[in-house]
Design a protein around this ligand. Structure first.
Ligand SMILES: Nc1nc2c(ncn2[C@@H]2O[C@H](COP(=O)(O)OP(=O)(O)OP(=O)(O)O)[C@@H](O)[C@H]2O)c(=O)[nH]1
Ligand SMILES: [Mg+2]
Length: 402
């Protein structure tokens, strides 16, 4: 945010005093007369020549100036250059944000998920169906994201998105495809929509990270046979579609708005797919595993953000991350009822032939949230003496990720 504020201050200098800049991306739609030095007569002439916005001005070429009545070529040249500087700044700013597309049928829970990420729980009860596309800026642990929430009602799906796909599906970093696990009647419809989306991405040569979000996986419902069958059906149907399009790597992740952790967990997985920093973390974790003869390692914060992990098998991945999340929840609970005074734990879970151990590394953010290193190792004793090395290697990188 502070970065955006400083950009606004610099760009503001190009505009007349009374011009209010709320959102940087709106600037390109401002009229030419909002720029300092563009008088009303010139502005009207620009408009008469189809130059209606700063964006239109930026598209002109100084080498090939159009002739415009009452506007001196030198002035026009200057305005074009200013518009191009503004455009470059705005584009650079927007590029730093990850573009997140929320896609899925109406009533799937897309807008609710975005509300939870922003801690706006109270609005969930009164949410109305999203009309068209709603763009929003989010800040996920300091990670700048622009979310595009594509309302899933049939009129938008059929008449809007696929008529001009390039307006909606290009340059996305992450797609969260949301499906309501409690609504089996609509699984076929959702599968078809998912296929259409992949088809259009293929045509546009776009390759975002895709996560299929199994929404409304509420704690009580998860225990029912019906829900478990529903999830199996969804996975079977979606995997068939995924097989049709080899080039996409797609994961599944279940969430419920009644447990914020599930949503933070899902976002961590999605961001991990597009973040270089977590790749670096993964490399260091691999290196560390080799040094201490561990077969898996994961870095998890007490509020369930998985910073990165290294595992060789899917089973180990499930084992380490689920154990970490569950034991940390348990530790938070013990802490809340005063059974453990310190917010720090070192947990050992001896299983057949190996141990899962969690060691507190440090606290992050003003809220002092603990971050733990979890490992699966035959001999966790080898971890001792190596933790300091680990802290020195990893801490600077974690700071990058935050
Ligand atoms: N039980 C349950 N209900 C949920 C969950 N998430 C969302 N809902 C409910 O599902 C309904 C639809 O949620 P929305 O977030 O508006 O759905 P959407 O996907 O944005 O729908 P459109 O905007 O029409 O595309 C609301 O009544 C929510 O309260 C969940 O995890 N569990
Ligand atoms: Mg919505």
């Amino acid at each position: 945010m502070s970065d955006q504020t400083s950009k606004n201050v610099i760009l503001k200098d190009f505009f007349k005093r009374n011009v209010l800049i709320n959102e940087l991306e709106d600037i390109m739609r401002f009229k030419p007369e909002t720029l300092i030095g563009v008088d009303k007569v010139s502005s009207d002439q620009l408009l008469a020549n189809g130059i209606k916005s700063i964006g239109d001005l930026a598209k002109l070429s100084v080498a090939n100036l159009p002739e415009i009545k009452d506007v001196l070529p030198a002035m026009l040249q200057k305005w074009i250059k200013i518009a191009q500087v503004i455009q470059k700044n705005v584009q650079e700013h927007l590029k730093r944000h990850k573009k997140l597309l929320m896609i899925g049928l109406d009533n799937g829970g897309k807008t609710s998920i975005l509300a939870v990420v922003q801690d706006r729980f109270s609005i969930i009860k009164s949410l109305l169906p999203t009309r068209g596309v709603k763009r929003e800026k989010l800040d996920f642990f300091g990670y700048p994201i622009i979310s595009w929430d594509l309302g899933g009602q049939v009129q938008y799906r059929e008449k809007l998105y696929f008529n001009r796909p390039e307006l909606f599906f290009t340059e996305a970093d992450i797609i969260l495809y949301v499906i309501d696990t409690q609504d089996p009647d609509r699984f076929p419809e959702s599968t078809n929509y998912f296929r259409e989306v992949l088809k259009v991405l293929l045509e546009l040569k776009e390759k975002p990270a895709i996560l299929v979000v199994l929404s409304k996986s509420d704690e009580d419902i998860r225990k029912t046979l019906q829900w478990q069958q529903n999830v199996t059906t969804i996975k079977n149907k979606f995997n068939k579609v995924i097989d049709e399009f080899e080039q996409f790597s797609i994961d599944f992740c279940d969430t419920t708005v009644y447990d914020r952790n599930t949503i933070m967990h899902m976002f961590s997985i999605a961001l991990k797919k597009v973040s270089d920093t977590s790749e670096i973390i993964e490399n260091i974790l691999e290196d560390f595993c080799n040094q201490v003869d561990a077969k898996a390692a994961s870095l998890v914060s007490m509020d369930s953000l998985i910073f990165g992990y290294y595992t060789n098998t899917d089973t180990d991945e499930m084992l380490i991350n689920n154990t970490a999340l569950l034991l940390q929840t348990l530790s938070n609970f013990y802490n809340s009822i005063g059974l453990i005074r310190e917010k720090s734990i070192s947990l050992d879970l001896p299983l057949n032939g190996f141990t899962i151990r969690g060691e507190k590394l440090f606290d992050y953010s003003d809220l002092q949230i603990s971050v733990y290193l979890w490992v699966i190792a035959e001999d966790p004793g080898k971890l001792e003496g190596k933790l300091d090395y680990f802290k020195e290697q990893l801490l600077p990188l974690i700071n990058l990720f935050l």
